[in-house]
Design a protein around this ligand. Sequence first.
Ligand SMILES: [Fe+2]
Ligand SMILES: [Fe+2]
Length: 384
Amino acid sequence: MTKTLIFGGAFDPPHKEHVALCKAAMKELGADRLVLVPTYSPPHKSGGFLSFDQRRVLIEKAFEGMDFEIDDIEMQRETDNYTCRVLPLLKEKYGDIIYLIGGDSLKHFDSWRNPQDIVKVCPIAAAERGGFGEVARAAETMRAKFGGEFIALKCKGDRTSSSLIRAKLLLGERAEELPVAVMREIEERALYDDYKPMVDKLRGFQSEELFEHSKAVVKRAAEFNSLHNLKQNFKKLFVAALLHDNAKQRRSIDGLNVPADCVDTPVLHQFLGAEKAKRDFGIDDEEILNAIRYHTTARPDMSLLEKLIYTADSLSDDRTYDPIPVLRAVAIKDFDKGFLATLEYTYDKLAAKGGKIYPLTVQAYRYYIDKQYIDNRDGLRYNK
Ligand SMILES: [Fe+2]
Ligand SMILES: [Fe+2]
């Protein structure tokens, strides 16, 4: 009987790690057939960047030379494409199937719709990442919770993030995580150029160094969002991170509305940045504007998008200040602790300098850090 490996995903875009994972899993599981099942969401609702057909072309390029089929069942159905609905239909169609998911997806399997139904359909396989036994542990947890068969594959994957790749492409960079044929197709068809005018315009407002920083913040925000499954809208985080420093080198107030106490201080650029994002880039989404507006000072009761931009701004790859490896390591392990550690470090640094700390920062420190010390005695001081 033919054993079929089912691998679903947005493939927005398909990358080298997808291909390597499928190859290794086919071998390890002794599967004879590979079926790729791209997700579908109606174009007007889609948070993605490419149509189903564009993604189909890229999948064909990425998996060139391999034996595989693309099943467009999700496009045919259009809606209600939950795994618990689609997987039984694939089982009916292909018989003996194994469902392959990413190691990170396995960790969040209990947040899927009706996991107890999914496990009844077929075994679920996931690949180890980094080799710390995380997937084996997650497989054990899910098995205990829902029953069924979970297979922790021995093949190891790299931590490739599709959203980081999308961020690079939208910034006009090449992504080495993509197979050459996929990258070529993207360039030839000018895919992922949705934000080109915005990126080009920003470049005109920034020195090369600041522009590189803006791009680094976009990438870090995209990475944290997917690493920690923060579920922030990709387009919002992209725009907020890209534009967060748009006014840093444009300090003329131009009659725009900024708090009087920030004028002539370094934090002016966050308030002015929100106003200029509105005026010069046509941004009217308050969530985005607030993420720009508080990216330097922080404030009490921040939204997750605000925390994400704040943390990504402090921990972007272009930053080299002293405790940054520690802060990054904390944030990679646990996003919320990373945010707190960043806020704590920043406050300490400002306090050590002397002089007045902007009131919002003091309030944020009291709101988050003092509270944290009460809740969590062993916590923080960068949590080394
Ligand atoms: Fe800034
Ligand atoms: Fe910045």
